[in-house]
Design a binder for this molecule. Sequence first.
Ligand code: ATP
Length: 589
Amino acid sequence: MRFADLVEVYDRIEATTKRLEMTELLVGLVRATPKEDLARVVYLTQGRIHPDYEGIELGLAEKMVTRVLAHATGLEEARIQRMWKEKGDVGLVAEEAIATRRQKSLESTPLTVAKVYENLDAIARESGEGSQERKIRLLSDLLGHASPREARYIVRMVVGKMRLGVADMTIIDALASTFATKADRDRVERAYNVCSDLGEVARVVAAKGLKGLDEIHLKLFRPIRAMLAERLETLEAILERMDKAALEYKYDGLRVQAHVSPEKIQLFSRHLENITGQFPEIVEGLKTAVRDREAILEGEAVPVDANTGEFLPFQEVSRRRGRKTDVERMAKEFPVTLFAFDCLLRNGEDLTPRAYSDRRKNLESMMKAAEGIRLSKVHVTSDVKEAEAFFDEALQAGCEGLMAKALDSRYEAGARGFQWIKFKKEYSAELNDTIDLVIVGAFAGRGKRAGSYGALLMAAYDEKADVFRTTCKLGTGFDDETLRTLPERLKSRRRDRRPPRVDSKLEADVWFDPEAVLEVRGAELTISPVHTAAWDAIRPGAGLAIRFPRFTGRWRDDKGPEDATTVHELLEMYRGQLKQTKKPVPRSA
Ligand code: ATP
Protein backbone atom coordinates (compact mmCIF):
# COMPACT_ATOMS: atom_id res chain seq x y z
CA MET A 1 0.00 0.00 0.00
CA ARG A 2 1.30 3.44 -0.88
CA PHE A 3 1.83 5.70 2.08
CA ALA A 4 0.30 8.54 0.05
CA ASP A 5 -3.07 6.72 0.07
CA LEU A 6 -3.00 6.48 3.84
CA VAL A 7 -2.05 10.12 4.19
CA GLU A 8 -4.96 11.14 2.02
CA VAL A 9 -7.37 9.50 4.48
CA TYR A 10 -5.57 11.13 7.41
CA ASP A 11 -6.09 14.49 5.78
CA ARG A 12 -9.81 13.89 5.51
CA ILE A 13 -10.03 12.58 9.06
CA GLU A 14 -8.29 15.68 10.30
CA ALA A 15 -10.78 17.85 8.43
CA THR A 16 -13.93 16.23 9.79
CA THR A 17 -15.70 17.21 12.98
CA LYS A 18 -18.24 14.39 12.99
CA ARG A 19 -17.67 11.12 14.78
CA LEU A 20 -19.85 9.21 12.30
CA GLU A 21 -17.95 10.58 9.34
CA MET A 22 -14.69 9.63 10.99
CA THR A 23 -15.92 6.07 11.44
CA GLU A 24 -16.96 5.96 7.77
CA LEU A 25 -13.55 7.19 6.68
CA LEU A 26 -11.92 4.53 8.83
CA VAL A 27 -14.19 1.83 7.47
CA GLY A 28 -13.20 2.91 3.96
CA LEU A 29 -9.55 2.81 4.97
CA VAL A 30 -9.77 -0.65 6.57
CA ARG A 31 -11.59 -1.99 3.47
CA ALA A 32 -9.01 -0.54 1.10
CA THR A 33 -6.00 -1.80 3.05
CA PRO A 34 -4.38 -5.05 1.90
CA LYS A 35 -4.45 -7.66 4.66
CA GLU A 36 -0.70 -7.74 5.09
CA ASP A 37 -0.64 -4.01 5.80
CA LEU A 38 -3.64 -3.83 8.10
CA ALA A 39 -1.82 -4.16 11.42
CA ARG A 40 0.69 -1.49 10.38
CA VAL A 41 -2.10 0.86 9.32
CA VAL A 42 -3.88 0.36 12.63
CA TYR A 43 -0.74 1.12 14.66
CA LEU A 44 0.16 4.17 12.57
CA THR A 45 -3.39 5.51 12.89
CA GLN A 46 -3.11 5.19 16.67
CA GLY A 47 0.13 7.15 16.39
CA ARG A 48 2.32 4.28 17.56
CA ILE A 49 4.13 1.31 16.13
CA HIS A 50 3.52 -1.28 18.83
CA PRO A 51 0.97 -1.81 21.58
CA ASP A 52 1.56 0.45 24.57
CA TYR A 53 2.59 -2.29 26.95
CA GLU A 54 5.69 -3.14 24.92
CA GLY A 55 7.05 0.25 25.86
CA ILE A 56 8.64 0.78 22.44
CA GLU A 57 8.20 4.47 21.89
CA LEU A 58 9.27 6.85 19.15
CA GLY A 59 9.22 10.08 21.12
CA LEU A 60 12.10 11.95 19.42
CA ALA A 61 12.62 15.45 20.76
CA GLU A 62 11.10 18.12 18.52
CA LYS A 63 14.32 20.11 18.63
CA MET A 64 16.23 17.19 17.23
CA VAL A 65 13.68 16.75 14.46
CA THR A 66 14.13 20.37 13.37
CA ARG A 67 17.83 19.63 13.02
CA VAL A 68 17.11 16.58 10.90
CA LEU A 69 14.80 18.70 8.76
CA ALA A 70 17.56 21.20 8.14
CA HIS A 71 19.88 18.40 7.15
CA ALA A 72 17.33 16.64 4.91
CA THR A 73 16.21 19.79 3.09
CA GLY A 74 19.41 21.80 3.01
CA LEU A 75 17.55 24.74 4.58
CA GLU A 76 19.28 26.74 7.29
CA GLU A 77 18.63 25.55 10.82
CA ALA A 78 17.79 29.09 11.97
CA ARG A 79 15.08 29.32 9.31
CA ILE A 80 13.57 25.99 10.39
CA GLN A 81 13.60 27.16 14.01
CA ARG A 82 11.74 30.34 13.03
CA MET A 83 9.12 28.32 11.18
CA TRP A 84 8.70 26.13 14.24
CA LYS A 85 8.14 29.13 16.46
CA GLU A 86 5.54 30.49 14.06
CA LYS A 87 3.59 27.29 13.51
CA GLY A 88 4.11 25.47 16.80
CA ASP A 89 3.73 22.12 15.04
CA VAL A 90 6.83 20.40 13.66
CA GLY A 91 4.59 18.41 11.32
CA LEU A 92 3.57 21.59 9.51
CA VAL A 93 7.19 22.79 9.52
CA ALA A 94 8.25 19.53 7.85
CA GLU A 95 5.54 19.93 5.24
CA GLU A 96 6.62 23.44 4.32
CA ALA A 97 10.33 22.68 4.44
CA ILE A 98 9.99 19.68 2.16
CA ALA A 99 7.76 21.67 -0.21
CA THR A 100 10.47 24.31 -0.52
CA ARG A 101 13.12 21.74 -1.26
CA ARG A 102 10.86 19.81 -3.65
CA GLN A 103 10.80 22.74 -6.06
CA LYS A 104 14.44 21.97 -6.72
CA SER A 105 14.46 18.19 -7.04
CA LEU A 106 11.43 16.26 -8.17
CA GLU A 107 12.39 12.63 -8.66
CA SER A 108 11.81 10.22 -5.77
CA THR A 109 10.59 6.63 -5.22
CA PRO A 110 7.10 6.61 -3.68
CA LEU A 111 7.01 5.53 -0.05
CA THR A 112 5.03 2.46 0.98
CA VAL A 113 3.28 1.89 4.30
CA ALA A 114 5.67 -1.01 4.93
CA LYS A 115 8.76 1.13 4.37
CA VAL A 116 7.54 3.94 6.63
CA TYR A 117 6.56 1.47 9.35
CA GLU A 118 9.89 -0.36 9.18
CA ASN A 119 11.93 2.82 9.40
CA LEU A 120 9.87 4.13 12.31
CA ASP A 121 10.21 0.79 14.05
CA ALA A 122 13.96 0.86 13.55
CA ILE A 123 14.09 4.41 14.95
CA ALA A 124 12.16 3.34 18.03
CA ARG A 125 14.32 0.31 18.66
CA GLU A 126 17.66 2.11 18.41
CA SER A 127 19.30 2.52 21.77
CA GLY A 128 22.71 2.80 23.35
CA GLU A 129 25.87 4.44 22.09
CA GLY A 130 25.60 6.21 18.76
CA SER A 131 21.85 5.60 18.62
CA GLN A 132 21.02 9.28 18.15
CA GLU A 133 23.06 9.45 14.94
CA ARG A 134 21.48 6.29 13.64
CA LYS A 135 17.99 7.61 14.43
CA ILE A 136 18.79 10.83 12.58
CA ARG A 137 19.99 8.87 9.56
CA LEU A 138 16.86 6.72 9.44
CA LEU A 139 14.57 9.72 9.70
CA SER A 140 16.56 11.66 7.08
CA ASP A 141 16.25 8.71 4.76
CA LEU A 142 12.47 8.65 5.16
CA LEU A 143 12.09 12.40 4.72
CA GLY A 144 14.32 12.26 1.67
CA HIS A 145 11.63 10.21 -0.05
CA ALA A 146 8.57 11.89 1.41
CA SER A 147 6.14 14.29 -0.24
CA PRO A 148 5.34 17.41 1.80
CA ARG A 149 2.07 15.89 3.08
CA GLU A 150 3.73 12.60 3.93
CA ALA A 151 6.43 14.46 5.81
CA ARG A 152 3.80 16.16 7.95
CA TYR A 153 2.50 12.85 9.28
CA ILE A 154 5.85 11.11 9.51
CA VAL A 155 7.22 13.89 11.68
CA ARG A 156 4.12 14.01 13.87
CA MET A 157 4.43 10.29 14.48
CA VAL A 158 8.09 10.58 15.29
CA VAL A 159 7.53 13.23 17.96
CA GLY A 160 4.51 11.36 19.37
CA LYS A 161 1.84 13.90 18.37
CA MET A 162 -0.34 12.32 15.73
CA ARG A 163 -3.39 14.38 16.73
CA LEU A 164 -5.85 12.43 14.58
CA GLY A 165 -8.12 11.93 17.57
CA VAL A 166 -9.13 8.43 16.52
CA ALA A 167 -10.18 6.50 19.60
CA ASP A 168 -9.51 2.80 19.99
CA MET A 169 -13.26 2.18 20.04
CA THR A 170 -13.65 3.85 16.62
CA ILE A 171 -11.04 1.52 15.15
CA ILE A 172 -12.93 -1.40 16.71
CA ASP A 173 -16.12 -0.14 15.04
CA ALA A 174 -14.33 0.01 11.70
CA LEU A 175 -12.85 -3.48 12.07
CA ALA A 176 -16.22 -4.91 13.12
CA SER A 177 -18.12 -3.39 10.25
CA THR A 178 -15.52 -4.57 7.72
CA PHE A 179 -14.99 -8.14 8.88
CA ALA A 180 -18.21 -8.90 10.74
CA THR A 181 -21.69 -7.59 11.29
CA LYS A 182 -22.60 -4.92 13.80
CA ALA A 183 -23.94 -7.65 16.07
CA ASP A 184 -20.48 -9.15 16.30
CA ARG A 185 -18.82 -5.97 17.46
CA ASP A 186 -18.64 -7.36 21.00
CA ARG A 187 -16.47 -10.22 19.86
CA VAL A 188 -13.99 -7.80 18.33
CA GLU A 189 -13.98 -5.71 21.49
CA ARG A 190 -13.58 -8.79 23.69
CA ALA A 191 -10.49 -9.79 21.74
CA TYR A 192 -9.05 -6.31 22.25
CA ASN A 193 -9.84 -6.34 25.97
CA VAL A 194 -8.01 -9.63 26.37
CA CYS A 195 -4.89 -8.80 24.36
CA SER A 196 -4.75 -4.98 24.59
CA ASP A 197 -3.27 -4.90 21.09
CA LEU A 198 -5.40 -3.49 18.26
CA GLY A 199 -2.78 -4.32 15.63
CA GLU A 200 -2.96 -7.96 16.66
CA VAL A 201 -6.77 -7.91 16.58
CA ALA A 202 -6.66 -6.42 13.05
CA ARG A 203 -4.12 -8.98 11.88
CA VAL A 204 -6.12 -11.93 13.23
CA VAL A 205 -9.55 -10.78 12.08
CA ALA A 206 -8.20 -10.02 8.59
CA ALA A 207 -6.49 -13.40 8.28
CA LYS A 208 -8.93 -15.71 10.06
CA GLY A 209 -12.14 -13.81 10.55
CA LEU A 210 -14.22 -13.86 13.73
CA LYS A 211 -13.32 -17.46 14.52
CA GLY A 212 -9.71 -16.40 14.74
CA LEU A 213 -10.61 -13.72 17.28
CA ASP A 214 -12.17 -16.28 19.58
CA GLU A 215 -8.79 -17.94 19.74
CA ILE A 216 -7.18 -14.88 21.29
CA HIS A 217 -6.61 -15.82 24.90
CA LEU A 218 -4.99 -14.41 27.95
CA LYS A 219 -1.22 -14.75 27.69
CA LEU A 220 1.60 -14.24 30.13
CA PHE A 221 3.45 -10.90 29.67
CA ARG A 222 0.63 -9.44 27.59
CA PRO A 223 -1.55 -7.36 29.94
CA ILE A 224 -5.31 -7.69 29.95
CA ARG A 225 -7.51 -4.59 30.17
CA ALA A 226 -8.73 -4.05 33.72
CA MET A 227 -12.21 -4.92 34.97
CA LEU A 228 -13.87 -1.79 36.40
CA ALA A 229 -16.47 -1.09 39.03
CA GLU A 230 -19.77 0.76 39.22
CA ARG A 231 -20.65 2.82 42.28
CA LEU A 232 -23.62 2.72 44.66
CA GLU A 233 -24.35 5.08 47.53
CA THR A 234 -25.27 2.65 50.31
CA LEU A 235 -24.27 -0.78 51.50
CA GLU A 236 -27.95 -1.76 51.62
CA ALA A 237 -28.32 -1.00 47.92
CA ILE A 238 -25.23 -3.08 47.19
CA LEU A 239 -26.41 -6.06 49.21
CA GLU A 240 -29.88 -5.80 47.69
CA ARG A 241 -28.35 -6.14 44.27
CA MET A 242 -25.84 -8.87 45.06
CA ASP A 243 -27.66 -10.61 47.91
CA LYS A 244 -24.49 -12.16 49.27
CA ALA A 245 -21.28 -10.37 48.36
CA ALA A 246 -17.57 -10.60 48.90
CA LEU A 247 -16.59 -7.28 50.45
CA GLU A 248 -12.95 -6.33 50.10
CA TYR A 249 -11.02 -3.45 51.56
CA LYS A 250 -10.67 -0.78 48.91
CA TYR A 251 -7.03 0.25 49.11
CA ASP A 252 -6.08 3.71 47.95
CA GLY A 253 -3.06 3.26 45.72
CA LEU A 254 -2.05 2.20 42.26
CA ARG A 255 -3.54 -0.77 40.47
CA VAL A 256 -0.89 -3.27 39.43
CA GLN A 257 -1.18 -6.28 37.15
CA ALA A 258 1.69 -8.67 37.83
CA HIS A 259 2.83 -11.32 35.34
CA VAL A 260 5.00 -13.91 37.03
CA SER A 261 7.14 -16.78 35.71
CA PRO A 262 10.28 -18.36 37.17
CA GLU A 263 12.48 -16.42 34.75
CA LYS A 264 10.75 -13.08 34.66
CA ILE A 265 8.32 -10.78 36.44
CA GLN A 266 6.60 -7.83 34.79
CA LEU A 267 4.26 -5.25 36.26
CA PHE A 268 1.69 -3.22 34.34
CA SER A 269 -0.32 -0.17 35.34
CA ARG A 270 -4.06 0.32 34.93
CA HIS A 271 -3.18 2.00 31.60
CA LEU A 272 -1.11 -1.03 30.64
CA GLU A 273 2.24 0.69 30.78
CA ASN A 274 5.14 -1.47 31.83
CA ILE A 275 6.03 -0.21 35.32
CA THR A 276 8.31 -3.07 36.40
CA GLY A 277 11.30 -0.79 36.91
CA GLN A 278 9.39 1.50 39.26
CA PHE A 279 8.61 -1.10 41.93
CA PRO A 280 11.65 -3.30 42.62
CA GLU A 281 10.24 -4.22 46.05
CA ILE A 282 7.10 -5.73 44.50
CA VAL A 283 9.17 -7.76 42.05
CA GLU A 284 11.33 -9.01 44.92
CA GLY A 285 8.30 -9.87 47.08
CA LEU A 286 6.54 -11.76 44.29
CA LYS A 287 9.56 -14.01 43.78
CA THR A 288 8.85 -15.50 47.21
CA ALA A 289 5.10 -15.00 47.41
CA VAL A 290 3.97 -16.89 44.31
CA ARG A 291 4.22 -20.65 44.72
CA ASP A 292 3.15 -21.45 41.18
CA ARG A 293 5.18 -21.59 38.00
CA GLU A 294 3.08 -19.03 36.17
CA ALA A 295 0.55 -16.47 37.28
CA ILE A 296 -1.18 -13.24 36.40
CA LEU A 297 -2.30 -11.39 39.52
CA GLU A 298 -3.99 -8.09 40.17
CA GLY A 299 -3.58 -5.99 43.24
CA GLU A 300 -3.34 -2.47 44.64
CA ALA A 301 0.08 -1.07 45.59
CA VAL A 302 0.00 1.21 48.62
CA PRO A 303 2.91 3.04 50.28
CA VAL A 304 3.28 2.18 53.95
CA ASP A 305 4.93 4.30 56.61
CA ALA A 306 7.75 2.14 57.91
CA ASN A 307 7.35 3.66 61.39
CA THR A 308 3.64 3.66 62.05
CA GLY A 309 2.75 0.79 59.73
CA GLU A 310 -0.02 3.05 58.43
CA PHE A 311 -0.81 3.84 54.81
CA LEU A 312 0.53 6.99 53.24
CA PRO A 313 -1.22 9.05 50.58
CA PHE A 314 -0.17 7.73 47.23
CA GLN A 315 1.40 11.06 46.24
CA GLU A 316 4.26 10.13 48.58
CA VAL A 317 5.59 7.83 45.91
CA SER A 318 3.78 9.58 43.05
CA ARG A 319 5.26 8.18 39.92
CA ARG A 320 8.61 6.65 40.44
CA ARG A 321 10.40 7.57 37.29
CA GLY A 322 13.94 8.71 36.80
CA ARG A 323 17.19 6.97 37.52
CA LYS A 324 17.45 3.47 38.90
CA THR A 325 19.30 4.61 42.01
CA ASP A 326 16.55 7.16 42.81
CA VAL A 327 13.88 4.48 42.44
CA GLU A 328 15.83 2.17 44.74
CA ARG A 329 16.21 4.91 47.35
CA MET A 330 12.48 5.67 47.22
CA ALA A 331 11.64 1.98 47.42
CA LYS A 332 13.54 1.91 50.72
CA GLU A 333 12.13 5.17 52.05
CA PHE A 334 8.50 4.63 51.04
CA PRO A 335 8.14 0.94 50.30
CA VAL A 336 4.82 -0.13 48.88
CA THR A 337 2.81 -3.19 49.85
CA LEU A 338 0.91 -5.01 47.15
CA PHE A 339 -2.54 -6.17 48.24
CA ALA A 340 -3.42 -8.91 45.76
CA PHE A 341 -7.13 -9.14 44.99
CA ASP A 342 -7.47 -11.31 41.90
CA CYS A 343 -5.84 -14.13 40.02
CA LEU A 344 -6.44 -14.27 36.27
CA LEU A 345 -4.09 -16.98 35.11
CA ARG A 346 -2.55 -19.92 36.88
CA ASN A 347 -0.06 -22.35 35.32
CA GLY A 348 -1.25 -21.71 31.80
CA GLU A 349 -4.93 -21.83 32.68
CA ASP A 350 -7.08 -18.78 31.99
CA LEU A 351 -9.16 -18.26 35.16
CA THR A 352 -11.13 -15.25 33.90
CA PRO A 353 -14.22 -17.32 32.93
CA ARG A 354 -14.37 -18.78 36.46
CA ALA A 355 -16.46 -17.36 39.29
CA TYR A 356 -14.96 -14.80 41.67
CA SER A 357 -15.12 -17.22 44.61
CA ASP A 358 -13.19 -19.81 42.64
CA ARG A 359 -10.55 -17.28 41.56
CA ARG A 360 -10.21 -16.10 45.15
CA LYS A 361 -9.61 -19.68 46.34
CA ASN A 362 -6.94 -20.03 43.67
CA LEU A 363 -5.37 -16.77 44.75
CA GLU A 364 -5.26 -17.84 48.40
CA SER A 365 -3.77 -21.22 47.66
CA MET A 366 -1.09 -19.95 45.32
CA MET A 367 0.33 -17.24 47.58
CA LYS A 368 2.50 -17.55 50.62
CA ALA A 369 3.63 -14.92 53.07
CA ALA A 370 6.30 -12.57 51.76
CA GLU A 371 7.59 -9.13 52.59
CA GLY A 372 5.49 -6.45 50.92
CA ILE A 373 2.91 -8.82 49.42
CA ARG A 374 -0.43 -9.49 51.08
CA LEU A 375 -3.92 -10.56 50.18
CA SER A 376 -6.69 -8.00 50.13
CA LYS A 377 -8.85 -8.35 53.20
CA VAL A 378 -12.21 -9.91 52.42
CA HIS A 379 -15.45 -10.65 54.22
CA VAL A 380 -18.38 -12.48 52.66
CA THR A 381 -21.77 -11.45 53.95
CA SER A 382 -25.39 -10.68 53.14
CA ASP A 383 -25.91 -8.77 56.38
CA VAL A 384 -25.92 -4.95 56.26
CA LYS A 385 -24.81 -4.55 59.89
CA GLU A 386 -21.84 -6.82 59.31
CA ALA A 387 -21.03 -4.93 56.13
CA GLU A 388 -21.09 -1.61 58.03
CA ALA A 389 -18.78 -2.96 60.70
CA PHE A 390 -16.38 -4.21 58.03
CA PHE A 391 -16.53 -0.81 56.34
CA ASP A 392 -15.55 0.90 59.61
CA GLU A 393 -12.69 -1.51 59.98
CA ALA A 394 -11.53 -0.70 56.45
CA LEU A 395 -11.54 3.04 57.16
CA GLN A 396 -9.69 2.48 60.38
CA ALA A 397 -7.05 0.52 58.48
CA GLY A 398 -6.58 3.59 56.28
CA CYS A 399 -8.58 2.36 53.29
CA GLU A 400 -10.97 4.38 51.15
CA GLY A 401 -13.94 2.09 51.59
CA LEU A 402 -15.03 -1.25 50.24
CA MET A 403 -15.21 -3.00 46.91
CA ALA A 404 -18.14 -5.41 46.69
CA LYS A 405 -17.81 -8.32 44.30
CA ALA A 406 -20.49 -10.72 43.08
CA LEU A 407 -19.48 -14.22 44.15
CA ASP A 408 -20.44 -15.84 40.86
CA SER A 409 -19.02 -13.15 38.58
CA ARG A 410 -16.41 -13.85 35.93
CA TYR A 411 -13.57 -11.43 35.23
CA GLU A 412 -14.84 -9.13 32.48
CA ALA A 413 -11.77 -7.52 30.95
CA GLY A 414 -12.16 -3.84 30.12
CA ALA A 415 -15.79 -3.75 31.26
CA ARG A 416 -17.44 -1.56 33.87
CA GLY A 417 -20.44 -3.22 35.45
CA PHE A 418 -22.33 -4.00 38.64
CA GLN A 419 -20.36 -7.21 39.19
CA TRP A 420 -17.95 -5.02 41.11
CA ILE A 421 -19.36 -2.10 43.08
CA LYS A 422 -17.28 0.48 44.89
CA PHE A 423 -18.42 2.08 48.08
CA LYS A 424 -16.28 4.92 49.32
CA LYS A 425 -16.33 6.55 52.70
CA GLU A 426 -19.28 8.79 53.25
CA TYR A 427 -18.49 9.47 56.87
CA SER A 428 -15.56 11.74 56.21
CA ALA A 429 -14.94 15.39 55.68
CA GLU A 430 -12.09 17.43 54.31
CA LEU A 431 -9.95 19.47 56.66
CA ASN A 432 -8.87 22.84 55.37
CA ASP A 433 -7.40 24.31 58.51
CA THR A 434 -4.53 23.18 60.70
CA ILE A 435 -5.38 21.92 64.17
CA ASP A 436 -3.45 21.86 67.43
CA LEU A 437 -3.14 18.52 69.14
CA VAL A 438 -1.62 17.37 72.39
CA ILE A 439 1.08 14.69 72.64
CA VAL A 440 -0.15 11.96 74.98
CA GLY A 441 1.97 8.97 74.01
CA ALA A 442 4.56 7.58 71.64
CA PHE A 443 5.47 4.42 69.79
CA ALA A 444 9.06 3.21 69.55
CA GLY A 445 10.79 3.85 66.24
CA ARG A 446 12.32 1.18 64.03
CA GLY A 447 15.00 1.25 61.37
CA LYS A 448 16.15 4.79 60.74
CA ARG A 449 14.17 5.91 63.79
CA ALA A 450 15.49 3.31 66.20
CA GLY A 451 16.24 4.99 69.55
CA SER A 452 13.67 7.69 68.92
CA TYR A 453 9.93 7.63 68.37
CA GLY A 454 8.35 6.28 65.23
CA ALA A 455 5.06 8.01 65.88
CA LEU A 456 3.35 10.14 68.51
CA LEU A 457 -0.14 9.53 69.84
CA MET A 458 -2.09 12.77 69.54
CA ALA A 459 -5.22 13.90 71.31
CA ALA A 460 -7.85 16.65 71.26
CA TYR A 461 -9.18 18.27 74.42
CA ASP A 462 -12.61 17.33 75.73
CA GLU A 463 -13.57 20.36 77.78
CA LYS A 464 -16.72 18.83 79.24
CA ALA A 465 -14.94 15.89 80.79
CA ASP A 466 -11.61 17.68 81.07
CA VAL A 467 -9.75 14.81 79.45
CA PHE A 468 -7.68 14.30 76.30
CA ARG A 469 -9.07 11.89 73.75
CA THR A 470 -6.94 10.41 71.00
CA THR A 471 -7.48 11.26 67.38
CA CYS A 472 -4.45 10.04 65.38
CA LYS A 473 -0.94 8.61 65.28
CA LEU A 474 1.47 11.21 63.97
CA GLY A 475 4.63 10.03 62.22
CA THR A 476 5.07 12.38 59.26
CA GLY A 477 6.50 15.87 58.94
CA PHE A 478 9.43 15.61 61.41
CA ASP A 479 12.89 16.62 60.29
CA ASP A 480 15.91 14.55 61.35
CA GLU A 481 17.00 16.94 64.09
CA THR A 482 13.53 17.07 65.71
CA LEU A 483 13.28 13.31 65.55
CA ARG A 484 16.64 12.81 67.18
CA THR A 485 15.87 15.16 70.04
CA LEU A 486 12.24 14.13 70.64
CA PRO A 487 12.90 11.70 73.54
CA GLU A 488 15.06 14.28 75.31
CA ARG A 489 12.56 17.05 74.70
CA LEU A 490 9.63 15.04 76.09
CA LYS A 491 11.59 13.36 78.89
CA SER A 492 10.24 15.41 81.76
CA ARG A 493 6.61 14.52 80.89
CA ARG A 494 7.21 10.84 80.47
CA ARG A 495 5.05 8.37 82.44
CA ASP A 496 5.11 4.60 82.65
CA ARG A 497 1.36 4.33 82.70
CA ARG A 498 -1.42 6.07 80.90
CA PRO A 499 -2.11 9.32 82.72
CA PRO A 500 -5.68 9.46 84.09
CA ARG A 501 -6.63 12.45 81.96
CA VAL A 502 -5.80 10.56 78.79
CA ASP A 503 -8.55 8.51 77.18
CA SER A 504 -7.10 5.99 74.75
CA LYS A 505 -7.95 2.59 73.36
CA LEU A 506 -4.48 2.24 71.89
CA GLU A 507 -1.67 1.03 74.10
CA ALA A 508 1.30 3.37 73.58
CA ASP A 509 4.90 2.29 74.31
CA VAL A 510 5.48 5.46 76.28
CA TRP A 511 2.93 7.81 77.86
CA PHE A 512 3.20 11.55 78.46
CA ASP A 513 1.41 13.99 80.65
CA PRO A 514 -0.74 15.92 78.20
CA GLU A 515 1.24 19.15 77.89
CA ALA A 516 3.07 19.63 74.61
CA VAL A 517 0.98 20.97 71.74
CA LEU A 518 1.85 20.49 68.06
CA GLU A 519 0.34 22.06 64.99
CA VAL A 520 -0.93 19.39 62.63
CA ARG A 521 -2.35 19.39 59.15
CA GLY A 522 -4.67 16.54 58.21
CA ALA A 523 -6.40 15.57 55.00
CA GLU A 524 -9.78 14.88 56.50
CA LEU A 525 -11.80 13.72 59.47
CA THR A 526 -13.11 10.23 59.42
CA ILE A 527 -15.08 7.86 61.63
CA SER A 528 -12.85 5.50 63.59
CA PRO A 529 -13.52 2.65 66.00
CA VAL A 530 -10.03 3.05 67.52
CA HIS A 531 -9.72 6.73 68.37
CA THR A 532 -11.72 8.07 71.27
CA ALA A 533 -12.36 11.72 70.33
CA ALA A 534 -16.11 12.36 69.96
CA TRP A 535 -16.81 8.76 70.94
CA ASP A 536 -20.43 7.75 70.26
CA ALA A 537 -21.23 11.27 69.05
CA ILE A 538 -21.61 10.44 65.39
CA ARG A 539 -21.90 6.71 65.47
CA PRO A 540 -22.19 4.35 68.42
CA GLY A 541 -18.91 2.63 69.08
CA ALA A 542 -16.84 5.03 66.99
CA GLY A 543 -14.87 8.22 67.40
CA LEU A 544 -13.29 10.75 65.05
CA ALA A 545 -9.85 10.33 63.54
CA ILE A 546 -7.63 12.57 61.46
CA ARG A 547 -6.55 10.97 58.23
CA PHE A 548 -2.99 11.51 56.90
CA PRO A 549 -1.85 13.83 59.70
CA ARG A 550 1.40 15.71 59.20
CA PHE A 551 3.37 17.85 61.66
CA THR A 552 3.71 21.37 60.25
CA GLY A 553 7.00 21.87 62.13
CA ARG A 554 5.43 24.31 64.59
CA TRP A 555 5.52 23.58 68.33
CA ARG A 556 2.70 25.53 69.91
CA ASP A 557 4.65 26.39 73.03
CA ASP A 558 2.40 29.42 73.28
CA LYS A 559 -0.54 27.14 73.98
CA GLY A 560 -1.39 25.12 77.02
CA PRO A 561 -3.00 21.71 76.48
CA GLU A 562 -6.45 23.13 77.29
CA ASP A 563 -5.97 25.63 74.45
CA ALA A 564 -5.59 22.83 71.94
CA THR A 565 -8.33 22.01 69.44
CA THR A 566 -11.29 20.60 71.31
CA VAL A 567 -13.34 17.52 70.59
CA HIS A 568 -16.31 19.83 70.19
CA GLU A 569 -14.50 21.81 67.48
CA LEU A 570 -13.59 18.65 65.63
CA LEU A 571 -17.21 17.61 65.73
CA GLU A 572 -18.28 20.98 64.36
CA MET A 573 -15.69 20.79 61.61
CA TYR A 574 -16.85 17.32 60.71
CA ARG A 575 -20.52 18.33 60.56
CA GLY A 576 -19.80 21.61 58.78
CA GLN A 577 -17.74 19.90 56.13
CA LEU A 578 -20.37 17.25 55.63
CA LYS A 579 -22.95 19.93 54.94
CA GLN A 580 -20.69 21.77 52.54
CA THR A 581 -19.85 18.71 50.53
CA LYS A 582 -23.49 17.56 50.74
CA LYS A 583 -22.44 14.13 51.83
CA PRO A 584 -25.20 12.03 53.32
CA VAL A 585 -25.37 12.25 57.08
CA PRO A 586 -24.91 8.81 58.58
CA ARG A 587 -28.16 7.15 59.55
CA SER A 588 -27.16 6.63 63.13
CA ALA A 589 -26.11 10.27 63.65
P1 ATP B 1 -12.27 3.44 38.02
O1 ATP B 1 -11.02 2.63 38.21
O2 ATP B 1 -13.50 2.68 38.46
O3 ATP B 1 -12.41 4.08 36.69
P2 ATP B 1 -11.02 5.34 39.68
O4 ATP B 1 -9.78 5.25 38.90
O5 ATP B 1 -11.45 6.68 40.17
O6 ATP B 1 -12.24 4.66 38.97
P3 ATP B 1 -11.75 4.21 42.10
O7 ATP B 1 -13.06 4.87 41.98
O8 ATP B 1 -10.90 4.61 43.25
O9 ATP B 1 -10.84 4.35 40.87
O10 ATP B 1 -12.03 2.62 42.18
C1 ATP B 1 -11.52 1.59 41.42
C2 ATP B 1 -10.10 1.20 41.78
O11 ATP B 1 -9.96 0.78 43.13
C3 ATP B 1 -9.58 -0.01 41.03
O12 ATP B 1 -9.21 0.28 39.71
C4 ATP B 1 -8.39 -0.43 41.87
O13 ATP B 1 -7.25 0.28 41.46
C5 ATP B 1 -8.75 0.05 43.27
N1 ATP B 1 -8.90 -1.02 44.28
C6 ATP B 1 -8.50 -0.93 45.56
N2 ATP B 1 -8.78 -2.03 46.25
C7 ATP B 1 -9.40 -2.89 45.40
C8 ATP B 1 -9.93 -4.21 45.55
N3 ATP B 1 -9.91 -4.86 46.70
N4 ATP B 1 -10.49 -4.77 44.44
C9 ATP B 1 -10.53 -4.11 43.26
N5 ATP B 1 -10.03 -2.87 43.07
C10 ATP B 1 -9.47 -2.25 44.13
